[in-house]
Design a protein around this ligand. Structure first.
Ligand SMILES: Cc1cc2nc3c(=O)[nH]c(=O)nc-3n(C[C@H](O)[C@H](O)[C@H](O)COP(=O)(O)O)c2cc1C
Length: 204
């Protein structure tokens, strides 16, 4: 089959777009508002985008006409900081709770039953229960085209300035996928867990 996504005419039961770009890592963004309210939100339009320096991005939807932004996007721009926590299989239900549209004034650590832990190089809190957390300094927001016009998306880009890794997920000095078991997004409401890996070196 072939379809032009601009027409929306895929002819299938459900839109296949997010099912063919898989698995997508989930950036579980923790941040703090200027007024000190702690926030958490999961974003599967998330990835590392450069290594030197370490740069990451998450993409957040917003309402262009009212400039209504999600809290993670809002706090990153307002405070210049955010933290990317990595969701593992054991934290999937708490991640799901944290995706509800709570008001800006709600402490989402309390709502999701998670513990805030201090960071070293940013004031935003990380999630203590997360095996991995990346402290980030906000770099730039890129506005993506709005289509339909009342639905916008931005890419929020940050530089990683601190990395926490739980020693328990290491084997012989390397991150062990069997111990780490990060959660990833598939299409529809499907998820997967990364629990196997194979080694292949590039040609000389
Ligand atoms: C697994 C998962 C992935 C999500 N990915 C995104 C995403 O990439 N972009 C987005 O705008 N919303 C995404 N959402 C929805 C947000 O998590 C949701 O709108 C949440 O309320 C945002 O939190 P915040 O306002 O505290 O930042 C996702 C939800 C789930 C459960």
């Amino acid at each position: 089959m072939f379809y032009d996504p601009r027409t929306g005419q895929h002819g299938l039961k459900r839109n296949p777009y997010k099912s063919v770009i898989v698995p997508r890592p989930i950036g579980w963004i923790s941040s703090m508002s200027k007024g000190g309210v702690r926030n958490i939100g999961p974003y599967s339009f998330f990835n590392a985008v450069a290594e030197r320096p370490h740069m990451v991005m998450f993409s957040s939807s917003y309402r262009p006409e009212s400039e209504l932004r999600k809290d993670s996007h809002w706090n990153a721009e307002e405070t210049g900081e955010f933290v990317v926590n990595i969701v593992t299989e054991d934290l999937k239900d708490k991640m799901n709770v944290s995706s509800a549209p709570y008001a800006h004034e709600v402490d989402e650590f309390e709502r999701a039953g998670l513990t805030p832990a201090p960071c070293n190089n940013v004031k935003a809190p990380r999630i203590k229960e997360a095996r991995v957390a990346l402290e980030c300094k906000y770099f730039q927001t890129v506005r993506l085209p709005s289509q339909p016009p009342d639905h916008g998306n931005v890419m929020v880009i940050g530089e990683v300035v601190g990395i926490h890794i739980d020693d328990a997920i290491l084997t012989d000095g390397m991150v062990d996928m069997n111990k780490f078991r990060p959660l990833a997004r598939l299409g529809y409401w499907q998820y997967t867990v990364v629990d196997n890996a194979f080694w292949m070196e590039p040609p000389e």
